[in-house]
Design a protein around this ligand. Structure first.
Ligand SMILES: *Cc1c(COP(=O)(O)O)cnc(C)c1O
Length: 401
């Protein structure tokens, strides 16, 4: 006997839950890719994406996942041998930096570990030491999806300005655009990358690179740019096919149009606030459980101000993490994320972590269901915890709604 039959909840940090409205918008025959409805719809998507990123500058769209958006962004601003400073707070900034290295950049990494945000004082020191301004770009993630830390992007901009450093500020918002507050222009971000399958609630397969005029000026002399990744034809479009340098991702576009409508109907600020309340509810449960005698339950990021509203990384000790994930999936129809990047997968310690994705199409009953299943699972697999986390989570929802 299993209690998993019924509507499954995929609570991994991407791909996220796809709304029925998005699925239905994609369920249609192939459209004409030269003129008509699709060609008229795409400029509206461009405008709404820019509004979502809070920018009046540019966005180029690619048929690519987040890794493709990473490469697209780098190829437009890097020249071989350029120095790049990578600020590592988990798996993802390192991955972006490794890509820059393979493209011929000279990559310096400051690693802040797996449980902390970027230390701005150390960044300032590194930038001030670069008196010749050899560093051409600073790479950071807003939210690292492995550790669930959220970095202070406006603080990073202020640090770069205080050091008088002209490098481009490049930010990965793949995990969190449309979940955590982000203001591209107000925060002085020069390049931002994101993807379709997390806060945007659309299948994986579209990547987006936002850039301002400062980045465009760097593009002028960059010598890594290749034909397909070039952001110019995709941005200054004369013919519709240029948006995608070939056939448009037709059905993704219909899904994305619907998702952007849903965000517009709810209002971006309300979307941010919903994510904030749901995240606080989940944290309240884990913090409560962790108060039990000898309880191994612990949030990976101790300071609530540094936690993402899109994903939560949890430590419960090995092998309990994997046992709990399996219990939730096979006994209760809830799939949780693996502890990506927290330990090598061959290391027994890898089984001590998991993640809860709460990005995009997620509401109070889904979060309370998740928390309830987790409490049942901990009891069943024998993870010591203080009972009552569900009530703690419900209290947060009740106080906010
Ligand atoms: C998901 C994610 C990526 C990778 O995106 P893919 O679509 O899997 O290539 C990169 N950075 C962050 C912060 C992410 O959350």
């Amino acid at each position: 006997m299993s209690l998993a039959s019924g509507r499954h909840y995929l609570a991994i940090p991407g791909p996220s839950v796809m709304p029925d409205r998005v699925l239905q918008a994609m369920h249609r025959p192939a459209p004409n890719i030269y003129t008509g409805e699709l060609a008229e719809m795409v400029p509206t998507i461009v405008e709404d994406l820019k509004a979502l990123a809070r920018t009046r500058h540019h966005v180029a769209m690619y048929i690519a996942n987040g890794h493709g958006a990473w490469e697209a962004s780098l190829s437009n601003v890097l020249s071989r041998g350029d120095k790049v400073l990578v600020l590592g707070t988990g798996r993802f900034a390192h991955g972006w930096g490794e890509m820059a290295a393979r493209m011929g950049a000279d990559v310096d990494v400051i690693d802040f570990g797996k449980r902390a945000a970027i230390d701005l004082a150390r960044v300032e020191e590194a930038l001030r030491a670069d008196t010749g301004h050899e560093i051409k770009a600073v790479l950071a993630v807003q939210v690292d999806t492995s550790t669930s830390v959220r970095n202070d992007i406006p603080g990073l901009r202020a640090t770069m300005d205080a050091a008088g450093h002209p490098a481009l500020l490049m930010v990965d918002c793949i995990a969190c655009l449309g979940c955590d507050v982000f203001e591209m222009d107000a925060w002085g971000v020069d390049v931002m990358v994101t993807g379709s399958q997390k806060g945007l609630m659309t299948p994986p397969g579209m990547g987006f690179v936002f850039f301002n005029d400062k980045a465009e000026a760097v593009r002028e002399t960059a010598n890594c740019v290749s034909n397909y990744w070039d952001w110019r034809p995709r941005t200054y479009v004369k013919d519709f096919y240029q948006y995608f340098d070939g056939t448009a991702p037709t059905h993704h576009l219909y899904g994305l149009r619907e998702a952007l409508d849903m965000i517009g109907e709810e209002g971006l600020e309300n979307v941010w606030e919903r994510h904030a309340v749901l995240a606080r509810s989940i944290w309240a449960a884990f913090e409560h459980w962790g108060q039990g005698n000898d309880s191994p339950v612990e949030l990976n990021i101790a300071d609530p101000a540094l936690r993402s509203h899109a994903v939560t990384s949890v430590r419960v000790g090995a092998p309990a993490g994997t046992e709990l994930r399996n219990w939730c999936e096979f006994q209760a129809g809830l799939t949780l994320g693996i502890g990506l990047g927290m330990a090598e997968q061959s290391d027994p310690a890898w089984h001590g972590f998991f993640r809860v994705g709460h990005m995009g199409h997620v509401n109070a009953h889904m979060v309370l269901g998740t928390v309830g299943v987790l409490e049942a699972g901990m009891k069943s697999v024998g993870i010591s915890h203080q009972p009552g986390g569900v009530t703690a989570a419900a209290d947060v929802i009740a106080a906010a709604a």
